[in-house]
Design a protein around this ligand. Structure first.
Ligand SMILES: Nc1ncnc2c1ncn2[C@@H]1O[C@H](COP(=O)(O)OP(=O)(O)OP(=O)(O)O)[C@@H](O)[C@H]1O
Ligand SMILES: [Mg+2]
Length: 158
């Protein structure tokens, strides 16, 4: 009997970090948050990153999502090497390909829940696919809260 691992079909890689290091600050406040991390995130699967507080989980996710710079190593999203992108290309990749839920949310307080959801598309000048959007909103149970601002939502709803 093949083990589950060998039986699994070869899946495409959604994102990958190779030898990734991230150092914050310098001198006495220097923190090595990531120390040559190599990791792959397969397409179409959920991946959980677990570890103690301060072990670098958020830092890893920020770097792999192209939201923060790294000190050395490389990050690839699909076929795109992040280090090869100019600032504007990186902005477009983030806007079009990445959805990110921040540990501290980073929602815009003056916008409603719906406006926060559609913000990247609004900036890009595109209209959301109404049917898909309604489905996703329904799936997370936000249909009755779309006109609320972030401060009027529960932690989970935010
Ligand atoms: N902007 C920053 N400047 C300096 N050090 C930072 C900065 N952000 C994070 N760190 C440090 O880097 C390390 C990793 O932080 P990170 O936020 O990635 O941890 P985490 O695993 O997400 O923790 P938690 O489970 O508490 O969310 C910690 O020691 C943290 O203090
Ligand atoms: Mg964190």
């Amino acid at each position: 009997m093949p083990t589950p691992t060998t039986a699994r079909r070869a899946t495409a890689v959604a994102a990958r970090a190779t030898d990734l290091s991230k150092v914050y600050g310098q001198g006495e406040t220097r923190v090595v948050a990531l120390d040559r991390v190599t990791v792959e995130f397969p397409q179409g699967e959920f991946t959980a990153i677990m570890g103690p507080s301060g072990s670098g989980k958020s830092t890893l996710m920020h770097c792999v999502a192209g939201l923060d710079t790294f000190s050395s190593g490389s990050v690839r999203i699909g076929d795109t090497e992040l280090g090869s992108l100019k600032d504007k290309q990186l902005t477009q990749l983030r806007r079009d390909k990445i959805g990110f839920i921040f540990q501290a949310f980073n929602l815009l307080p003056t916008l409603t829940a719906l406006e926060n959801i559609t913000l990247p598309m609004d900036i890009a000048g595109r209209k959301p696919d109404r049917e898909w959007m309604d489905r996703v909103i329904d799936m997370v149970g936000l249909s009755a809260r779309l006109g609320h601002r972030p401060a009027q939502l529960s932690g989970g709803q935010q």
